[in-house]
Design a binder for this molecule. Sequence first.
Ligand SMILES: CC(C)(COP(=O)(O)OP(=O)(O)OC[C@H]1O[C@@H](n2cnc3c(N)ncnc32)[C@H](O)[C@@H]1OP(=O)(O)O)[C@@H](O)C(=O)NCCC(=O)NCCSC(=O)CCC(=O)O
Ligand SMILES: NC(=[NH2+])NCCC[C@H](N)C(=O)O
Length: 344
Amino acid sequence: MMFIRPVAHKDLDGLMNLARSAGVGLTSLPVNEERLSRRIARSVLSFAGELDKADQGYVFVMEDGATGAIAGICALEAAVGLKEPWYNYRVGTIVHASEELGVYSRHDTLFLSNDHTGYSELCTLFLHPDYRANRNGGLLSKSRFLFLAQFPQLFGKLVVAEMRGVSDEAGRSPFWEGLGRHFFSIDFAHADYLTGVGQKAFVAELMPKHPVYIDFLPPEAQAVIGQTHENTRPAVAMLESEGFRYEGYVDIFDAGPTVQTYTSEIRAVKESSVAAARLADPLPEGDKNFYLVSNDSLAGFRAILAETLAPTHEILLTPEQAQALNVEEGGHLRCVALYPKENA
Ligand SMILES: CC(C)(COP(=O)(O)OP(=O)(O)OC[C@H]1O[C@@H](n2cnc3c(N)ncnc32)[C@H](O)[C@@H]1OP(=O)(O)O)[C@@H](O)C(=O)NCCC(=O)NCCSC(=O)CCC(=O)O
Ligand SMILES: NC(=[NH2+])NCCC[C@H](N)C(=O)O
């Protein structure tokens, strides 16, 4: 059975394996052992309650219970931009008009912003291609919402997620070629790598600070503003189905969209409820559905996907499922349907 748990120091090799298969543009999963081991250490300290909000980052892995293999990774940053500026471009409007001359022209423009400062962030979602089946992607992405619902005091009122923008197989980004390239002699792949190893603010400081008229960018660059990388469409589809929206903010390097919402408005946060574990083997017959289920422990957080009967004040689980959650009969759980009602 697949389960979600906090990352541990022993997972470094597993994370390196995931990073190697991730490719360019998954910024926060660089193939860099030192960086990944620092990320693990920061996560371990966060779960132990030993860091300030500005430094807290919670990293989770999906473990294949049968083999112990690390199948995927996902993370939550408590608050971005509190130590180093957090940059985005906001796609806004500038109007040049003169009634006297009968001129009116409206221009889409990129404004450099730090508007997401203090927001929480969903990031580093990656499932090994061998495991992209059996709703594992949904468990991996949405297990974070049970964590948010269980520990709201650790997070901000708003949550963002930066989606990977368009780049080709060689890691060439049309937006970077049209804009960033004028300020740097480096490739997008290299800029993205520097971002992933903690140099984003440094790179961002050298990008244009004045509004950029989109009309002046090459058509290939214009075409990808706010567009998600093909491989990242499932990731953004899941967030949109939970209530996240694109509000005109894009990545400064590849123009991938940022989606956002109020934490309390996320469907799986809003609809999640607490229930006591009730064990049954086998589960009784009846109308079953898929539920995300987590325990209520911070450092010992566990989440699984269970196909079971609709929970009441109790949720029926098999002993194997309870074991994966590290709970016994009567233990405290939080659960929510995997899918919003309309697609269940
Ligand atoms: C994102 C995941 C983990 C998702 O796993 P799977 O591919 O197995 O997911 P899936 O179950 O096939 O699809 C999930 C949902 O997306 C829908 N879906 C699939 N392909 C789609 C497409 N092309 N367009 C629109 N929707 C699509 C499915 O119908 C399904 O909907 P239903 O749920 O209704 O069935 C994986 O694809 C992956 O690792 N991708 C590569 C890495 C990546 O790009 N990561 C995101 C970077 S951006 C980031 O990290 C920030 C965002 C974040 O942290 O969440
Ligand atoms: N180049 C980008 N637009 N990267 C953003 C996507 C990466 C993703 N948010 C992460 O945490 O790694």
